[in-house]
Design a protein around this ligand. Sequence first.
Ligand SMILES: *[C@@H]1O[C@H](CO)[C@@H](O)[C@H](O)[C@H]1NC(C)=O
Ligand SMILES: *[C@@H]1O[C@H](CO)[C@@H](O)[C@H](O)[C@H]1NC(C)=O
Ligand SMILES: *[C@@H]1O[C@H](CO)[C@@H](O)[C@H](O)[C@H]1NC(C)=O
Ligand SMILES: *[C@@H]1O[C@H](CO)[C@@H](O)[C@H](O)[C@H]1NC(C)=O
Ligand SMILES: *[C@@H]1O[C@H](CO)[C@@H](O)[C@H](O)[C@H]1NC(C)=O
Ligand SMILES: *[C@@H]1O[C@H](CO)[C@@H](O)[C@H](O)[C@H]1NC(C)=O
Ligand SMILES: *[C@@H]1O[C@H](CO)[C@@H](O)[C@H](O)[C@H]1NC(C)=O
Length: 414
Amino acid sequence: MSPASHSLLLLIASSFFACIGSLHGSRSSAGVTTRVKLSNSGSGGGVSKVEDASDFHIYYGNAFKVIKNGIDGKSYLLVQNDSRMAGRTKYCTSRIKSFIIPMSNYSVDAAFFPVSFFELLGLLGSLKGITTDSVASQCVLKMCEAGEIAMINKSDPQQVQQFTAHFISNIDESQYCNYATFVPSSENYPLQRAEWIKYLGVFANVEARANQVYNAVKENYLCLAKLASIKSARLKPTVAWMEYNDRIWSFTKEDFVLKYVEDAGGENVDASISKMTYNTSNPDDLDQLHAILCTVDVLIDGTSIPDAGSYNLSTFLQNVAVADTSCFAFVSNQSVWRFDKRLRSATALDWYDGAVPQPQLVLADLAEAFFPTGNYTTTYFRNLAKGDGFISITADTCFRDSSTAMEPTIVPCQ
Ligand SMILES: *[C@@H]1O[C@H](CO)[C@@H](O)[C@H](O)[C@H]1NC(C)=O
Ligand SMILES: *[C@@H]1O[C@H](CO)[C@@H](O)[C@H](O)[C@H]1NC(C)=O
Ligand SMILES: *[C@@H]1O[C@H](CO)[C@@H](O)[C@H](O)[C@H]1NC(C)=O
Ligand SMILES: *[C@@H]1O[C@H](CO)[C@@H](O)[C@H](O)[C@H]1NC(C)=O
Ligand SMILES: *[C@@H]1O[C@H](CO)[C@@H](O)[C@H](O)[C@H]1NC(C)=O
Ligand SMILES: *[C@@H]1O[C@H](CO)[C@@H](O)[C@H](O)[C@H]1NC(C)=O
Ligand SMILES: *[C@@H]1O[C@H](CO)[C@@H](O)[C@H](O)[C@H]1NC(C)=O
């Protein structure tokens, strides 16, 4: 181990112990004497504490912060730009990467990347490069069209290394020194995924904003979950969340999805079946599948399709290979849903973007699906049984000044 990395480890270790306490006064720890910085960005700065997420941790030193990312196994050492450490510190190893913060520019690999986290933090102004315009954000699209965000070629090393940070969500991608992995979808539960807003907040010294958004989202989510649990005490609809691929239907096993269904007051059909996949070419399988579907009140069809416009109730019924739907309560009661109501392209669904930092909106949609009031317009889900179409996301529906932060949508909850 080099002397330099040895002293860095000491620094990081000391931050674990000094942690939050050392922020409240000017003092030196482990030989680092720097003036205390609480706010650097003019928008509050502050400190974020991870409450719910399990795949990352944040530690604070005097002039630096460390994010430990449990998914890529890296420590991100974030050094304040006006500290003495900033000029001297540069790490880029398999375990430690350093960044000078606040970052004045960054780029993203936008494939399945939830850019709306940046919008909620008010950071679109420094987004300068993007790998694709297949992205489910009208305001990012508008900035792309206006030339404020440059299209970059992800296979060109020069292009992806020109900004302070390049955020990626695929940890298998080859990594340059400015790459930072952002993986909210690694978490098991909806609120844990949303809390990753704090991860991005530390890169820009906007912890206060990150905390504010997360607290508002969490409070609303918990309130809606409580409301749903009251409704479900009277009647708990049975929900099947499934997808069709290559003539096979499978019930979802994804934890965050199962959690959404429970929190919205539904019962996952998965809990009562042992076999998760059904081959529609096999008559016995098909019979079993039909029997299960006869017990289901609400069906959610998560099948990936190239063209949302051509997928309707008939398509679904064709895929379950059934002519007589008389025992399907979800058909007679018109409750067959897909999460592709808002989309830019076949792969850029807002479900993978805006829904990640704002799980309260997903919960409100599901609660409406499970306990219809007729009063609530869903955000991400459309009802195939009622012929709901999809909404195509385009630049001309961005009505916000992109340099300001987007406000989370708080759903009335009484
Ligand atoms: C540090 O970053 C802030 C915010 O971007 C900027 O205003 C300031 O000039 C930078 N300071 C130095 C020393 O680079
Ligand atoms: C992207 O960069 C790679 C490597 O430099 C190059 O081979 C490829 O042609 C570029 N693609 C486009 C669309 O420019
Ligand atoms: C991004 O910001 C860094 C640090 O402020 C600067 O050195 C670099 O030139 C900027 N990159 C671009 C492409 O503007
Ligand atoms: C589904 O069943 C058909 C007919 O039995 C069979 O040919 C096919 O391989 C099965 N598919 C899978 C993925 O098992
Ligand atoms: C579903 O779409 C197909 C073709 O895309 C069309 O022929 C059919 O009439 C539609 N069915 C319903 C119920 O809208
Ligand atoms: C249909 O929905 C209504 C209320 O939305 C409910 O009372 C009824 O039990 C449902 N019927 C079936 C068969 O699920
Ligand atoms: C629909 O909304 C109105 C006004 O917000 C409310 O008074 C009414 O109770 C709601 N109806 C249902 C069925 O929830």
